[in-house]
Design a protein around this ligand. Structure first.
Ligand code: ADP
Length: 610
C-alpha cells in the first residue's frame, strides 16, 4: 500500500516535472494546438464537399461548373492545410526542441554543482544516456503528445459526430472493430516498450564499448588485443541486431493487425452501407463521405494508444532525471560562509582569472585532529595534525594508498570533512565560501586532464580567448619549461590538443596542467605527483621556477621522488593514513625511516642531483 502510494507520488512528481517545462511555453503550445485543430477541421470539411459533389452527379442540378467550383474549393482547402500544418509543426515541434534544450541545460547546470563523490559513484555512460535518451523521451512527451492528444480528442470526437450524423446504425456497426485496435495497443504497447528499451540499452553498450576501445587504444595495441576487441565488438553488434529483430517481429504483428481491424471496419461499411445504398436508405454521396470519415477516425484511435505509450516513456525518463536533479552536493557553503559576503560574489575573479579579493592571506594551513573515511568504515586518515606556515613549502611522501591525495583534496573540500578541523589563513575552511576557497588553491592532480582545445585555452582555463593576455600564458609556459616544446608546434599556443590536435606526452600534459594552476596565481599550490613523468633535468628547472614564482606563498608537493621534496621547508611521510615521520630533509635523514631508506635507494640509482 505504502509502496503503491510512493510510486503514485513519484509518477505525479515526474509528470509535474514535465509540465513545469511545458508551462513556460503555454502561448506557443496553445497556438500550435489551435492551428492543429484548424487542420483537423479542414480535413473534416473535405468529405462534406465530396459528398455534395457525388450526390449531384447525374441529377438535374449537376453541372460541370459546380464540379469545377468544388474542385477549386478542395484545392484551396488543401493549400490552407499546407500553411496550417507548417505552422503547427513550427509551434509544437519547435517548442518541444526548446523544452529539450532547457531540460538538458538544467541537468548540466545541476551536474556541474554536484560533488566529486557523486561522479565517483555514477558512471559517465549512465549520465550520457540520461542526457541523450531520457531527455529525448521528455521531448516526445512534451511535444508530439500534444499532437496525439488533440487529434484523439478533437478529430476523434468530431469524425464520430459526423459519422453519427450520416447514419447512426451504420456507425454502430462500422466502429465495432475499432476497440480491438485499442486493445491491441494496450496489449502490445508494454511489450514494444520493453523491447525498445532493450534495443536502446544494447546501443548504449555499443557506444560505451567504442569509447573505451579507442580511448584505451594504446593499451589495446600494447597488449595486442585488437582481435579480442573486434570479437567483443562483433558480439555487441550482433546483440543489437537480435534485439532489433525482436522489436521488428512485434511490429510485424502489430501494424498489420491494426490495418486488419481498420479494413474490417471498411468491410462492414461496404456490406451494411452498400445494402443501404441499394435500398435507397443512404445516398451515394453519404456512403462516400462516410467511408472518408471512417478513415479519419482510425488515426485518433491509434493516437490514444500512442499517447499512453509516449507518456509512459516520458514519465519513466522524467523519474530518472528527477533522481539526478534531486541529488544534493554533500559539500556546500555554510550560512556563515556567505554571511557578510552578501553583494560580494564569492570568489570574485578579475578578467585574467585571478582571485581579486585579497581577504585571504598568504596561505597558511593548519590541520587539527583530522580523521577521514570515504565509506564511514575504513579509516583513510587518522589523527592528522599539521601546521604549514604561510609562504612555506611542504613535501608529502608515502606508499601508494597511504592517504596523500586524500589529505590534500580535503584542503579544498572535495569531500565533506566530519572529524577534525582545517584552517586556511586562520579561518575554518567551512567558514569560507567554497568558490573562494577553491579559487585560492591551485591543484594539479596526478592524472592531468586536458580539454580538446588549444594549449593557450588549457593554460588560461576559463578566460575568454579575447581577454587572454598571451604574454602571461607564455610566461607560465616558460615557468613550466613548456615554451620550447610549444614553439615546435606549427600553431604554437593555438595548437589543439587531444582528439582534434596533437597528442602531448605525459610530461607535457603534466606541465600544461601545472601552468594552468600557476596561471590563477593561487595562494596555495598543490602538486599531486604532478612531475612524475617529467624528466629529471626539466623537473629541476620547473621546481626552481615554481619556488621563485610562489615565493611568499604556500606550496605542497606530493611525490615519490626525494629530489622533488628534499628542498622543502618541511616533509611528512604518511603511513596507513597517519603521519609517520615529519621534519626537514636533514632531520629525516638522521632517522632510520622510510625517508632515509628511500633517499639511499634513489641515491644509488643515481636519481638525485649532486
Ligand atoms: P595516495 O595518494 O597516498 O596513493 P589515496 O589518498 O589516493 O592515497 O588513497 C588512500 C586510500 O583511500 C586508498 O586505500 C584508496 O583506495 C582510498 N580511496 C582513494 N580515493 C577514494 C575514493 N574516491 N573513494 C573511495 N576510496 C578512495
Amino acid at each position: 500500500m505504502m509502496k503503491n502510494e510512493t510510486a503514485q507520488g513519484n509518477n505525479r512528481a515526474a509528470l509535474a516535472f514535465i509540465l513545469s517545462f511545458v508551462k513556460r511555453h503555454i502561448p506557443a503550445v496553445a497556438a500550435g494546438v489551435f492551428l492543429l485543430m484548424g487542420v483537423d477541421l479542414v480535413q473534416l470539411i473535405i468529405p462534406r464537399i465530396v459528398q455534395r459533389t457525388f450526390d449531384v452527379l447525374g441529377n438535374a442540378t449537376f453541372s460541370s461548373e459546380l464540379i469545377m467550383r468544388n474542385a477549386a474549393f478542395i484545392l484551396t482547402l488543401a493549400f490552407g492545410m499546407v500553411v496550417l500544418r507548417f505552422f503547427w509543426r513550427f509551434f509544437i515541434m519547435g517548442t518541444a526542441r526548446r523544452i529539450e534544450k532547457e531540460v538538458r541545460e538544467e541537468m548540466f547546470n545541476h551536474l556541474q554543482g554536484l560533488d566529486f563523490s557523486y561522479f565517483n559513484r555514477t558512471r559517465t555512460g549512465h549520465l550520457m544516456a540520461l542526457m541523450v535518451n531520457d531527455v529525448n523521451a521528455i521531448r516526445m512527451a512534451a511535444g508530439p503528445s500534444f499532437l496525439a492528444i488533440t487529434d484523439a480528442l478533437f478529430m476523434g470526437t468530431l469524425s464520430l459526430v459526423f459519422l453519427l450524423s450520416i447514419n447512426v446504425r451504420l456507425t454502430l456497426f462500422a466502429v465495432l472493430p475499432l476497440p480491438c485496435i485499442i486493445f491491441m495497443i494496450a496489449k502490445y504497447g508494454p511489450l514494444i516498450q520493453t523491447r525498445f528499451k532493450a534495443v536502446q540499452e544494447s546501443f548504449a553498450s555499443i557506444s560505451a564499448r567504442t569509447q573505451e576501445a579507442f580511448s584505451g587504444i594504446r593499451v589495446v595495441k600494447g597488449y595486442v588485443q585488437e582481435e579480442h576487441e573486434i570479437g567483443e565488438f562483433e558480439q555487441k553488434c550482433e546483440d543489437y541486431v537480435q534485439k532489433n529483430l525482436r522489436l521488428i517481429k512485434i511490429w510485424g504483428v502489430f501494424f498489420p493487425a491494426v490495418t486488419l481491424f481498420a479494413s474490417l471496419s471498411m468491410a462492414i461499411l461496404y456490406l451494411v452501407g452498400g445494402r443501404s445504398v441499394i435500398l435507397g436508405d443512404l445516398s451515394f454521396g453519404e456512403f462516400v463521405s462516410f467511408s472518408m470519415y471512417l478513415g479519419l477516425l482510425i488515426w485518433p484511435v491509434i493516437a490514444i494508444g500512442w499517447v499512453f505509450m509516449i507518456f509512459q516513456r516520458g514519465i519513466a525518463s522524467s523519474k530518472r532525471i528527477l533522481e539526478l536533479m534531486q541529488a544534493e552536493p554533500d559539500v556546500t557553503d555554510r550560512r556563515e560562509a556567505t554571511e557578510g559576503n552578501e553583494g560580494v560574489p564569492s570568489g570574485v575573479v578579475d578578467s585574467e582569472g585571478v582571485l581579486s579579493d585579497m581577504e585571504l592571506g598568504a596561505g597558511s594551513i593548519s590541520i587539527r585532529n583530522l580523521n577521514f573515511s570515504y565509506d564511514g568504515e575504513v579509516k583513510v586518515l587518522q589523527g592528522i595534525n599539521l601546521e604549514i606556515p604561510a609562504g612555506s613549502s611542504l613535501g608529502i611522501m608515502g606508499k601508494p594508498g597511504s592517504g596523500k591525495s586524500t589529505l590534500v583534496s580535503l584542503l579544498f573540500r572535495l569531500f565533506p570533512i566530519h572529524e577534525g578541523e582545517v584552517r586556511v589563513d586562520g579561518r575554518d575552511i567551512h567558514e569560507l565560501p567554497l568558490s573562494k576557497l577553491r579559487r585560492s588553491i591551485g591543484y594539479v592532480p596526478q592524472d592531468p586532464f586536458l580539454f580538446s582545445d588549444s594549449i593557450r585555452n588549457n593554460i588560461a582555463f576559463g578566460v575568454d580567448e579575447e581577454k587572454q593576455d598571451l604574454d602571461r600564458v607564455r610566461h607560465y609556459a616558460e615557468m613550466t619549461a613548456l615554451f620550447d616544446d610549444v614553439m615546435e608546434f606549427k600553431d604554437g599556443f593555438d595548437t589543439l590538443v587531444g582528439e582534434r590536435g596533437v597528442t602531448l606526452s605525459g610530461g607535457q600534459k603534466q606541465r600544461v596542467s601545472i601552468a594552468r594552476a600557476l596561471f590563477i596565481k593561487p595562494r596555495i599550490l598543490i602538486l599531486d605527483d604532478a612531475l612524475s613523468s617529467v624528466d629529471a633535468r626539466a623537473e629541476r628547472k620547473v621546481l626552481q621556477n615554481i619556488r621563485r614564482e610562489m615565493a611568499g606563498r604556500t606550496v605542497i608537493f606530493i611525490s615519490h621522488r626525494v629530489s622533488t621534496v628534499m628542498e622543502c621547508d618541511s616533509i611528512v611521510v604518511l603511513e596507513g593514513g597517519k603521519i609517520a615521520e615529519q621534519g626537514s630533509h636533514r632531520e629525516l635523514l638522521k632517522r632510520d625511516g622510510y625517508y632515509s631508506r628511500l633517499f639511499e635507494l634513489q641515491r644509488i640509482e643515481g636519481k638525485l642531483p649532486e
